[in-house]
Design a protein around this ligand. Structure first.
Ligand code: CAA
Ligand code: NAD
Length: 285
């Protein structure tokens, strides 16, 4: 299947990164969000990232201009009419995603693939909200998208082989490494990563150690680039909580129960780096 135009829905930290790598790979890209100010925020992230590439001599001003020319801001879902691939990266909530996929199914051309960047939600259930379940697939990028090599590709129960192969080829064109998994809660990445983060939060909750000590131990002792609590703040504590809830509900196993401290922080609006406060303070940044 020939993919030329891509729509990325949700201009947050993931959507902006996905739009950037798609435009850098030569695709025409619509970056869509609910309000113009949200799209603008995402566009600014892309501008900043590209300017850094220019400063470092990895890209010329002309190349940067060409990438930006391939990016179009969107607040109209109707733009999906012009797209071959739509990559959804909105909030990690099944109701929001299924409502969106129902609308996209109406607007997108018949041949278009609908992909979700969900961290944990069942692709099969998202696909069931559409009349084209064979063209729905998980395309799970890692944060920060411009840096991380992996795209975890999740086959829904009815995903067609041709659709899988197209998404694998697009991922390679984005200079990413695709890895195939089946559709179970949290897939592989977050089934393994998020219980570790949740356990780190339990260790703080139970007073075993401070967040700084937990992070230092995992960085220096296990060579992790970031400690689990810094990483949780980086991912977004709301996203971490949604993922733990999906694992808990999906497997029905209490080993996945979200730590009460994680719930408390999210209720307080402490969402990590994006809100200025989580396990650490980011107000000065
Ligand atoms: N966007 C774009 N580029 C970024 C970036 C961002 N947000 N953050 C860092 N970079 C770039 C920097 O510009 C720098 O580029 P160059 O080497 O080309 O100059 C490079 O990344 C390294 O950055 P720094 O030197 O500033 O910092 P660092 O060496 O500590 O690396 C990091 C930063 C890459 C984020 C590193 O700390 C890391 O790998 N952390 C772990 C990230 C991780 O685990 N991601 C997965 C999260 S889980 C997930 O995504 C799935 C989910 O569903 C929740
Ligand atoms: P974010 O909060 O930074 O951004 C979400 C964006 O979606 C916001 O700009 C919001 O305005 C927009 N949005 C919400 N509802 C919308 C709708 N109905 N239509 C259009 N836009 C809408 O979140 P994020 O961290 O970018 O996460 C987005 C998705 O990517 C989630 O499903 C998350 O689980 C997944 N994900 C996150 C990470 C991570 O590390 N944060 C990594 C991989 C995957």
């Amino acid at each position: 299947m020939n993919i030329q135009t891509i729509m990325v829905i949700g201009a947050g930290q993931m959507g902006s990164g996905i739009a950037q790598v798609c435009a850098m790979a030569g695709y025409s890209v619509y970056l869509h969000d609910l309000k113009e100010e949200f799209v603008e925020k995402g566009m600014n992230i892309v501008h900043k990232n590209l300017s850094r590439q220019v400063e470092k001599g990895r890209m010329t001003e002309e190349e940067k201009g060409a990438v930006l020319d391939r990016l179009t801001a969107s607040t109209e879902l109707k733009n999906a009419e012009k797209c071959d691939l739509i990559i959804e990266a909105v909030v990690e909530n099944m109701e929001v995603k299924t409502n969106l996929f129902k609308i996209l199914d109406e607007f997108a051309p018949e041949h278009a693939i609908l992909a979700s960047n969900t961290s944990s939600l069942p692709i099969t259930e998202i696909a069931a909200a559409t009349k084209r379940p064979e063209k729905v697939i998980g395309m799970h990028f890692m944060n920060p998208v411009p840096v991380m090599k992996l795209v975890e590709i999740i086959r829904g129960l009815q995903t067609a082989d041709e659709v899988y192969e197209t998404i694998e080829a697009v991922s390679r064109k984005l200079s990413k490494v695709p890895v195939e998994v089946n559709d179970f809660p949290g897939f592989i990445s977050n089934r393994i990563l998020m219980p570790m983060i949740n356990e780190a939060i339990f260790a703080v909750y139970e007073g075993v150690a401070t967040p700084e000590a937990v992070d230092e131990i995992m960085k220096l002792g296990m060579n992790h680039p970031m400690g689990p609590l810094t990483l949780a703040d980086f991912i977004g504590l709301d996203t971490c909580l949604y993922i733990m809830e999906t694992l808990h509900e999906g497997f029905g196993d209490d080993k996945y129960r979200p730590c009460p401290l994680l719930r408390k922080y999210v209720k307080a609006g402490w969402l990590g780096k994006k809100s200025g406060k989580g396990f650490y303070d980011y107000q000065a940044n």
